[in-house]
Design a protein around this ligand. Structure first.
Ligand SMILES: [Zn+2]
Length: 346
C-alpha cells in the first residue's frame, strides 16, 4: 500500500495511482483528524469522494503519529492526551474516538488504537503496553460494532493490532487475546522500528503462526524492496511503507539491479532508462541523464517521475511475488533480490 498521509500519495495524482494498478492506499487518521477534520470529510461525502479515489483505503488509528509527532503526550487507561503539532491545540484520542474518526472518514479498513512504545523496550513496559492495547482493542471493537450495526451504507472492516515488542511469548499472548475479539483481519505493529531484519521476521513469524489463514495479515510500516518476499513467506498479506515515495523525493530510485542514486555524476550522460527491465511509463520515456538533470535543477517533476517509478517498482515486486508463489519458487526470488540489493547497481 502506497502511503497517502494527507489524503494524497506525495508526488502522485489519483490518475497516476490508477495507471500504476494501485488497489489500496493508506491514509493517516492523525493528520486528517487535525486537518481538514474528519467531520468536514464526512460532510463532503467521505474520504473516497473527497479525494476522488474509488479504490480501497486503509486508515491507521492515529496512535503512531501521536507518539511520534505530537507534544505533551499523557497516557492513561482512558486514552492519550496530546497537543497538535500544527497549532498546539489539545486533544484526547481514545479507542472509541479513533474508531469514530475512521467511521467518519469512511475508509474500507480501519485500525484499532494501540499503545506504541519505543524500542528496545524493557519487558515490563512491553507487557503493560500489550495489556493496554488489548483493553483498548476490546473497547474499539465494541464501539465499532455498535456504530456499524444497522449501517449498511459502506461496509467497513476493523483490524486488530498485535503488539509485544521483541518478546516472542508476549507477541503470542497478544495474538491470542485479540483472536478472542474475532477481527476480520489482523496487523502486526511495533516492528521494523530499528531492530534487525531477522528479529522482525522472527516476531512476525510467531504471530502469523497463530493467526487464522483466511483473514488478512498486515505487517505495518515495512519495508525495503529485498525484504518484502521474506515477509510474504512468513504469511504476511499486506504491507505499507513510505519508503518508495520518500526515497524518490531524495533521488533514490529502486531498480531490478539495486538502488540508483540518480544525483551521482556517473549518470550525467547515461541515456538508459532508470531500470531497463521496468515497464513503467517513466522508464519507457525518460533517461537517467534527464532525471539527474531535473534533480540537480530542483524541479518538481523530478520527484513526480521518481515517485512514479518507485511505486511501480514496489507494486511490481508484489506481482512477481504472486507469480513466484504460483510457480513454487518464492525462496529463489527472495535470495535473488537480497543478492542484487547487496551487490548494488551494475
Ligand atoms: Zn520504471
Amino acid at each position: 500500500m502506497p502511503v497517502g498521509t494527507q489524503a494524497t500519495v506525495k508526488g502522485l495524482t489519483q490518475e497516476a495511482l490508477e495507471e500504476l494498478g494501485t488497489g489500496i492506499i493508506l491514509a493517516n487518521t492523525y493528520h486528517l483528524y487535525l486537518r481538514p477534520g474528519h467531520e468536514l470529510v464526512r460532510e463532503l461525502g467521505g474520504l473516497h469522494k473527497f479525494m476522488s479515489w474509488p479504490r480501497a483505503i486503509l486508515t491507521d488509528s492515529g496512535g503512531y503519529q501521536v507518539f511520534s509527532l505530537s507534544e505533551l503526550r499523557k497516557m492513561t487507561d482512558e486514552g492519550v492526551r496530546f497537543r497538535s503539532h500544527l497549532d498546539g491545540s489539545e486533544h484526547l484520542l481514545t479507542p472509541e474516538k479513533a474508531a469514530e474518526i475512521q467511521i467518519a472518514l469512511g475508509s474500507d479498513i480501519t485500525m484499532v488504537l494501540d499503545e506504541c512504545i519505543e524500542t528496545p523496550a524493557p519487558r515490563e513496559k512491553a507487557e503493560a503496553a500489550l495489556n493496554r492495547t488489548t483493553a483498548w482493542a476490546k473497547r474499539a471493537r465494541n464501539h465499532f460494532l455498535q456504530q456499524s450495526s444497522g449501517n449498511s451504507n459502506l461496509p467497513q472492516w476493523q483490524f486488530g493490532i498485535v503488539q509485544g515488542a521483541t518478546f516472542a511469548d508476549l507477541r503470542r499472548q497478544s495474538a491470542r487475546q485479540l483472536l478472542e475479539l474475532d477481527f476480520p483481519g489482523y496487523a502486526v505493529g511495533g516492528l521494523a522500528v530499528g531492530e534487525p531484519h531477522e528479529v522482525t521476521c522472527e516476531m512476525a513469524g510467531e504471530v502469523t503462526a497463530l493467526l487464522p489463514k483466511d483473514r488478512p495479515r498486515y505487517l505495518m510500516g515495512v519495508g525495503r524492496p529485498e525484504q518484502l518476499a521474506d515477509y510474504v513467506a512468513l504469511g504476511i498479506d499486506m504491507m505499507d511503507c513510505v519508503l518508495p515515495t520518500r526515497a524518490a523525493r531524495h533521488a533514490c530510485l529502486y531498480t531490478s539491479e539495486g538502488r540508483v542514486l540518480i544525483k551521482n555524476a556517473r549518470y550525467a550522460r547515461d541515456q538508459r532508462p532508470i531500470d531497463p527491465r521496468c515497464a513503467c511509463s517513466v522508464c519507457r520515456r525518460y533517461s537517467r541523464a534527464y532525471l539527474r538533470h531535473l534533480f540537480a535543477a530542483g524541479e518538481l517533476t523530478a520527484a513526480i517521475l521518481a515517485s512514479h517509478h518507485n511505486v511501480h517498482f514496489y507494486l511490481d515486486i508484489m506481482r512477481q511475488i504472486r507469480e513466484a508463489i504460483e510457480f513454487g519458487n518464492l525462496a529463489n526470488f527472495s535470495s535473488d533480490m537480497h543478492a542484487r540489493y547487496t551487490a548494488g547497481p551494475a
